[in-house]
Design a protein around this ligand. Structure first.
Ligand code: PCA
Length: 325
């Protein structure tokens, strides 16, 4: 575990966590999971620049992208424990803590930006409560483009996926794999190219963004544009670290977060088209799923929806009711 934090010194951390609100400039290290070129990272870099500007550099955030400071599975815990004051994670990566975190990855529940926004609005109070219970505060949350299937062959039905080694990134994608009789393995986005190159996996479901980031044309031939769900990332802050900021710094963070959320949703929409074109330009066949494939995936979605409802209990029911209003 320590190796993840090797690149920051104890002194730098102490300065980041304790020097705020006392007239000294604060510097915050911010681990994120995805690469520099990714739109989420670009948005966060702008968020950090915005805060530096608004506070005349009294609060400086250094973004450590691509799991370079802390591995994705450890980012939430590290922010909770105050090892770092702020970080980004995929919301649904936390589904094993509570089903509420995974609602954005239930297939076909909310597969447009409009519905994704409605689902976020419905989820937000529960999300904030779950995070607050761990001393965490939600700053903003931005969706990935809709999720599609990457494979090395033509697929016309779910049965064509049977037996494939499938790259998963959360509980929901593991469940999709199991229901399609595939064999799931959890792999972080930054490890996708190696996982395909070494044969650990041979198919995945993700966005055109992560497909383009990982140069999917090197290892697959087809992209099935299933538009199954739009999973979101979130930026969270350690509440105790936030509370140590001056009022002006707090306002700068909150305002920059609101701006980043609006900007991020717009970037995501633009990204969908741009990155799908990049896949195409590099020779990946962009395919609209056949009716049979759609129907089969639809059934998997219905099963996962029922399973999610059963797991998520009264809170889940209330969340879905708000969403459907
Ligand atoms: N990219 C991330 C999560 C969803 C997405 O589109 C990934 O593949 O890990």
């Amino acid at each position: 575990m320590m190796s993840h934090y090797a690149s920051i010194t104890a002194g730098a951390l102490a300065a980041g966590l304790f020097a705020t609100g006392t007239g000294f400039a604060a510097s915050w290290d911010m681990p994120t999971p995805y690469p520099d070129g990714n739109f989420h990272t670009k948005n966060i870099t702008e968020f950090a620049a915005d805060i530096a500007k608004k506070t005349s550099d009294s609060l400086k955030i250094t973004v450590h992208s691509n799991q370079s400071l802390i591995k994705h599975p450890d980012i939430k815990t590290s922010v909770r424990d105050g090892i770092v004051p702020i970080g980004e994670t995929l919301v649904s990566r936390l589904e094993n803590e509570s089903p509420i975190f995974g609602v954005d990855s239930v297939p076909f529940l909310a597969s447009s930006y409009e519905l994704s926004k409605k689902l976020y609005d419905a989820q937000r109070p529960y999300l904030e409560k779950l995070l607050a219970d761990q001393g965490l505060q939600l700053l903003f949350s931005v969706p990935w483009p809709p999720q599609g299937i990457y494979v090395k062959k033509e697929i016309n039905a779910i049965s064509d996926l049977e037996g494939l080694k499938f790259r998963a990134y959360n509980v929901g994608t593991e469940r999709v794999a199991s229901l399609a009789k595939m064999v799931p393995t959890q792999i972080e986005a930054s490890d996708v190219p190696t996982a395909f190159a070494t044969g650990r996996v041979e198919a995945m479901i993700t966005s055109p963004s992560t497909g383009a980031d990982s140069k999917a044309w090197d290892f697959v031939t087809h992209y099935y544009d299933t538009q199954a769900w739009l999973p979101r990332n979130m930026v969270i802050v350690n509440k105790a670290a936030f509370d140590k900021l001056s009022d002006a710094e707090k306002a700068a963070v909150t305002e920059a977060a609101a701006a980043a959320e609006t900007r991020g949703w717009e970037m995501s929409k633009v990204e969908t088209e741009e990155k799908t074109k990049i896949l195409k330009d590099n020779g990946v066949a962009i395919v609209t799923p056949s009716d049979e494939l759609k129907a089969g995936f639809g059934e998997i979605g219905a099963t996962i929806t029922d399973e999610w409802k059963a797991k998520a209990g009264a809170d889940g029911e209330a969340l879905l009711e708000t969403f459907r209003k």
